[in-house]
Design a protein. Structure first.
Length: 118
């Protein structure tokens, strides 16, 4: 009787090990896309690539024809950007100076005052 019990327990242990392996395999297979899903995804990516290539084609053509931005236009745009950037930095500096004066007057930390101001 003890020998049969031991045999059955060993067989049960082997079957439990096999069940765990099969469950692991099943979980890994469930996480993998099916062939149909992969085909759909490939089709969507191909369509997206085609759309992006269609958008790029005119840009590539204009570069070949010399319709790209000229050096004079580029400099003009950069100068305008720098003027706006300098104005923004000036406004930021003035605000920070004013805000520092307010902080000195209130005696509160910066974060607390920002929190109360919203």
């Amino acid at each position: 009787v003890h020998a049969q019990t031991r045999e059955v327990n060993e067989e049960l242990g082997a079957l439990n090990t096999e069940i765990v392996k099969l469950q692991t395999t099943l979980r890994s297979l469930k996480s993998v896309q099916s062939v149909d899903e992969m085909k759909k995804e490939l089709k969507a990516f191909s369509a997206s690539n085609s759309a992006l290539r269609a958008r790029l084609e005119p840009l590539r053509d204009s570069e070949a024809k010399g319709d790209a931005i000229t050096e004079v236009e580029r400099v003009k745009i950069e100068d305008a950007f720098m003027k706006v950037m300098e104005a923004w930095l000036d406004r930021r500096r003035k605000f920070n100076n004013l805000f520092d004066c307010v902080l000195e007057g209130t005696g509160e930390p910066k974060k607390k005052l920002w929190g109360s101001l919203g």
